[in-house]
Design a protein around this ligand. Sequence first.
Ligand code: ZN
Length: 379
Amino acid sequence: MPQQHSGLLLRRHSAGSGNQISPNCHKSAVSVPYAEFLFPIAGVVLQDSLPELHQLELLLRHAPAPVSAEILAMVNAGEQQFPLYAVAVGKPAAGKPVLLLTGGIHGLERIGTQVLLAYLESLCSRLRWDLQFAELFERVQLYILPLLNPGGMLRGWRSNARHVDLMRNAPQDCTEGAAFLVGGQRYSKFLPWYRGHPGQFETESRVLCDFVRQRLFQAPFSLVLDCHSGFGQTDRLWFPYAKSSTQPIAHLAQMHRLRELLFQTYPHQNYIFEPQCRHYLCHGDLWDYLFDQSLLAQHLMLPLTLEMGSWNWVRKNPFQLLRSHGLFHPVKPHRVKRVLRSHLILFEFLLQAAAAHVHWLPTVDSRNAMEANDLWYNR
Ligand SMILES: [Zn+2]
């Protein structure tokens, strides 16, 4: 049953089989304070252990319309359970394009969740006074899944609480020589980049895939940005495939046009825009898998991964390597603030680009296809 909460619609949702919310959760929902409402089984309040989750809940508690949220599933992490939140801005409607922002799928990369929370905070504030901005959500549907791996983030692991690297968990293999270990492995769950059992989705992966199928594939067009950190010195925008360096995606022309649009609209931006395969190949990438699924559904989806250039933070402050998440997260407060504000323009651009997709997407465009091949594949 939906729970109305300070203008925010919170409802529990079962995203597929095997993911039922305990009846105890529902019973507790009407009788305990807010934080315990979310963690009725463990009775855990996470202010000290998972501040990102606490921050998200505070934001949602005071979020204005048309922001709503739901819990897609609860995931187990040892004795505890954590919610996987989906935030929606706008009401879904036939014919509406979608922007999906995701983060925190690698638990070590907390900054991915934090940039999305910074955007959500800014967005909630703006919705209260900027009527033009509020009207935008009548033309575009925004979803944010800011914390997809709370169990891993709690432990400070890249993987989830079951040791599975969710970005190696999709049921497809690279046949061109995936990078040793880092490309995904099934030797042991005690080594990093473990793929999990063959053909078995982890709860977090399955929830994400179900969500994309159910909410995006019905739309006429969708853009996705999945926020990560930990690679290189420059912020990068990667697109599929991670499984092949010889096979371009079917929508290469559209992806090239999106790059062109970004670079023309913001000529002084600093992103490198490229296919992931230019750096390494891997098995089981969820965006490779979902992109292929979108083709089967005849849906036009352009998925991007934001790889924030964390090596730059390490170069400026080598001592942060002494911390467990030091390779993946800025430590100095001024550097965190800089990162939190530096991607807001990108999020805004993607929102406007999704809303106005009919005005820039190429229909039959051999120029973009040729330029894309020259830029990324014919070397
Ligand atoms: Zn990552």
